[in-house]
Design a protein. Structure first.
Length: 153
């Protein structure tokens, strides 16, 4: 398994874990234990979940929780007026939160890689329109957070 594949699997698992925390109210300790022992790298109901880079998975999950207020404010400011983050579907909230966290804190990963990865996750759960919205929001956040990566293009 390549580093990229492990990170892609970690991103998907983080989105699923953030979603589950959002809708069930479970805490991070319970979610980490559940995902690391029962989901990541396992077969569930005929679906094979890929092995994930666990440290990366944990970093995204903990990072979103540690910075959630600031993350939510940035996303709210970027979304169309009249559509605050709390009105966005729970999986989409998880995608946008994880993407914003990585854009702000994982400077070792290029912004375009982060955007592409989360747009691909959105496309797995939603129609083309929602994946496009994910692209637009994360691109706008990236251009604010990492303007130097987009300068001169």
């Amino acid at each position: 398994m390549s580093k990229g594949e492990g990170r892609s699997a970690a991103r998907l698992a983080a989105v699923q874990a953030l979603y589950q925390m959002d809708v069930t109210g479970k805490g991070i300790v319970e979610i980490l234990a559940e995902f690391e022992s029962h989901w990541i790298g396992r077969e569930i109901e005929g679906a094979q979940y890929k092995p994930a880079e666990l440290a990366f998975f944990r970093d995204i999950l903990q990072g979103v929780l540690d910075h959630q207020i600031a993350i939510d404010r940035r996303i709210d400011a970027t979304l169309s007026e009249g559509w605050p983050l709390k009105r966005v579907e729970a999986v989409m909230r998880a995608i946008l939160r994880a993407g914003d966290y990585e854009l702000g804190k994982r400077l070792d990963v290029p912004a375009r890689v982060i955007i592409t990865e989360y747009v691909d996750i959105a496309a797995a759960f939603f129609d083309r329109e929602e994946a496009g919205m994910t692209n637009a929001v994360l691109d706008a956040l990236a251009r604010k957070t990492r303007a130097q990566e987009f300068a001169g293009r």
